[in-house]
Design a protein around this ligand. Structure first.
Ligand code: ADP
Ligand code: MG
Length: 325
């Protein structure tokens, strides 16, 4: 199959968004923003590093790639609208698998009323998928990591460590009904777009998503906002199937630094906590208070972990691509 017919095959027949002016087929796409602020980001996934056919189907690869991008849109408080896909195709990926990969993205995009509006297609030795996503937000309403203030409540959506547990089970080829939940959480994360949108009435809110593991993601809020964050380990939300099926040591590592759960972590003034709970109820999202924000005591903003009456510094142990190589 040549590049031309491939592009034709993945080209949407119709578009969902009325503010799209030119979709796939010209040198570039054109859309007219509905709100004033356009939010955009890009994420790149390389076979063998970010995913492998051993643990995921082609469909899941597509689904997950777009889900991680949607999570960035959620973490900015924006509504996703368009995406572009740049793909490097190696010989060992069949046409059926490529179609399945696009289907995974398309099925998720449909849930969020998003359109595929462009991309690029080249060949190479490894499958690389790079997704550029666009979202929109009411002027001045984008949510930043830098908006935490002393006195804030720290919260997290969903449960932590699920994705890392799922990957562990998949790599060890362990079987059991109990594992279906974590495997699904690894392959098909649920970006918290609707929940983030429901927080719109809150005046000040800091937000980040759980991509590298909370030790790292909470640290980013501390650094950007120049505050200390105090996290209560016993308060961290852990799914019941993790508590019963896995070793305590592994579980702790996954919860603190597993990452890729694509949940949201944020901070709000205590007076807005009720609004957060309301958004959780409205969108069927679990939300848990896990700590508080304090003024930075030292010269570097720090995250403290409180556990069984002790306090320690929570280092950024999350997955860091540049570390050690
Ligand atoms: P150009 O040479 O102008 O870059 P291309 O032949 O690369 O044009 O692309 C033609 C059209 O198809 C463009 O609208 C482009 O955005 C779209 N496109 C190309 N590759 C992909 C892809 N992998 N996924 C989605 N759209 C694509
Ligand atoms: Mg091109």
């Amino acid at each position: 199959m040549d590049e031309f017919s491939f592009i034709q095959s993945i080209q949407p027949k119709t578009y969902k968004r009325t503010n799209l002016i030119k979709g796939i087929g010209d040198d570039a796409a054109v859309f007219r923003p509905m709100y004033h602020d356009v939010v955009t980001s890009v994420d790149t996934f390389v076979e063998g590093i970010h995913f492998s056919k051993e643990t995921m189907s082609a469909y899941d690869v597509g689904y997950r790639v777009l889900a991680t991008n949607l999570s960035d849109m959620a973490a900015m408080g924006s509504t996703p609208s368009f995406y572009l896909v740049s793909i490097v195709i190696p010989k060992h990926w069949s046409e059926e698998e490529l179609q399945a990969l696009y289907k995974g993205m398309e099925d998720l995009a449909r849930l969020y009323n998003m359109d595929l509006i462009g991309g690029d297609t080249v060949s190479g030795d490894q499958l690389v998928v790079s997704v550029t996503i666009m979202g929109e937000v009411t002027s001045g309403k984008a949510r930043y990591r830098s908006h935490a203030l002393p006195g804030d409540v720290v919260f997290v959506t969903g449960t932590l460590g699920d994705s890392a547990a799922g990957l562990h089970v998949l790599l060890k080829k362990e079987k059991g009904e109990d594992y279906d939940y974590v495997i699904n959480r690894h392959r098909r994360p649920s970006p918290r777009v609707k929940f983030a949108k429901s927080l719109e009435a809150i005046k000040r809110l800091s937000l980040n998503d759980v991509s590298d593991g909370i030790s790292s993601d909470v640290g980013e809020i501390a650094e950007s906002s120049h505050v200390d964050l105090h996290i209560d380990y016993e308060a961290l939300p852990i799914h019941s199937s993790l508590k019963t099926s896995f070793d305590k040591f592994l579980l702790r590592k996954w919860v603190l630094s597993g990452g890729e759960d694509y949940e949201l972590i944020g901070t709000v003034p205590p007076s807005d906590w009720g609004r957060v709970e309301e958004a959780a109820r409205k969108t069927g999202t679990r939300v848990t208070r896990i700590g508080r924000v304090e003024q930075a005591k030292g010269s570097t903003p720090t995250v403290f972990l409180h556990e069984a009456g002790t306090k320690q510094i929570l280092k950024k142990e999350g997955f860091n691509h540049l570390k050690g190589d």
